[in-house]
Design a protein around this ligand. Structure first.
Ligand code: TXA
Ligand code: MG
Length: 363
């Protein structure tokens, strides 16, 4: 058996690393060690993107399939030049407008970027995160840092340092605790082809925001309602992701009342079968459930409130926390309330559909 690594927790007080802690983290990265750190989306598991041995350890720590490429994080746009062979005008415009921020650009990789970082693809995903601690680390180290979400492969992405600890303690050297991340779903991954922006993974930057700059095509895999088959542009799309341990069903529809009604019906059906039911739904639907369920049933329902029905940003910030919580609650099944799919709702739908294993009820 491999020896366990001592995982060190470093708390960033006041939203910044102290200069000693920053130096420690930079030395660790330069020495090929693994450092988890907060970004504005989710926590990332970082290593020097140009060090193939360090990057290999990311895949091992997460149990990540080797063909799923990593995103390289940078602190300044000029760092793109050493990582790519071409930076088109449109790609550059997007970088200038949305960075630092939750947008990942897929660009033709320079031979400098090790194949392991790219999952063997000829392209590399790059982003500049908008988080003071991430930017501190990236700019002080001067390194491009490969960082997938800091979860075990297949688990919901971590939005607090405790989630990272739960999955990766004993497998990585450092976890920087910077409190909860803000956005709660990952970056939008885009491929720029000529004059068209192709969204491979919906995320923190919305399709509506991108449309101000060019025509936007959303890859079918990004909005799939069934598992993705065959070759895909973004390897991450073909793996089952964000999966809670209990089987889940997702209720989707444009009319909030109809969705609420269906959620309640499915919960009652499951309770009647003697199940312990997890519910992930809006404040409004949870309130309604408390009103309509029989008092004898309430102890068998675990209600996870996301946010108010029309507060999509608030819901996005909470979905992974709720999904993880279910794994600690010994529920037999999970009923999830979907949202509308405009704005960040598209990213929410993409994550929840996968979490439900594409078990979707449409009303
Ligand atoms: O917000 C985020 O993007 C977070 C934080 C830590 O930055 N990172 C993240 O990384 O979500 P990860 O590895 O969990 O997801 C990266 C996604 C995967 O679906 C992967 O397949 C895709 O981006 N990807 C990365 N490089 C790619 C490439 N060269 N071509 C196509 N897809 C790529
Ligand atoms: Mg991930």
């Amino acid at each position: 058996m491999k020896a366990m690594i001592q995982t060190q927790l470093i708390a960033a007080k006041g939203g910044q690393l102290s200069s000693e802690d920053l130096q420690y983290v930079c030395q660790a990265l330069a020495a090929g060690k693994l450092v988890a750190f907060p970004t504005e989306t989710v926590y990332g598991l970082g290593a020097n993107a140009l060090d193939p041995d360090a990057v290999k350890r990311i895949f091992a720590a997460k149990g990540r399939p080797a063909d799923n490429p990593l995103i390289v994080h940078i602190a300044a746009i000029k760092q793109v030049n050493e990582l790519v062979t071409e930076f088109s005008k449109l790609a550059r415009t997007l970088a200038e407008h949305f960075w630092p921020g939750p947008l990942t650009l897929i660009l033709p990789a320079s031979p400098q970027v090790p194949a392991v970082t790219r999952g063997g693809l000829p392209t590399v995903g790059i982003r500049m995160p908008c988080h003071p601690i991430a930017l501190q680390i990236l700019s002080a180290s001067g390194l491009p840092v490969a960082a997938p979400s800091a979860n075990t492969s297949g688990k919901p992405s971590p939005v607090v340092a405790q989630d990272v600890y739960e999955d990766l303690a004993g497998r990585i050297e450092v976890i920087v605790d910077g409190g909860p991340t803000g956005i709660g779903v990952e970056s939008t991954v885009v491929l720029v082809k000529g004059d068209v922006i192709r969204v491979l993974r919906p995320g923190g930057i919305t399709v509506e925001q991108l449309r101000q700059f060019a025509e936007v095509q959303v890859d079918p895999g990004a909005v799939a309602e069934t598992p993705v088959q065959g070759p895909v542009l973004s390897p991450g799309m073909k793996y089952r992701h964000y999966a809670p341990e209990a089987p889940a069903v997702l209720v989707e529809g444009e009319a909030a009342e109809a969705v609420e009604k269906k959620v309640i019906e499915l919960v009652q059906e499951r309770l009647a079968r003697g199940q312990r039911v997890g519910v992930m739904a809006s404040v409004e639907t949870c309130q309604r459930l408390r009103e309509v369920l029989a008092p004898k049933d309430l102890p068998f329902v675990e209600l996870m409130e996301t946010s108010h029905r029309f507060d999509l940003a608030g819901i996005a910030a909470n979905i992974y926390r709720c999904l993880r919580r279910f794994d600690h609650l010994a529920v037999d099944s999970i009923v999830m309330e979907g949202t509308t799919t405009g704005g960040i709702g598209l990213a929410i739908a993409n994550r929840l559909r996968k979490a439900a294993g594409y078990n979707i009820v449409r009303v």
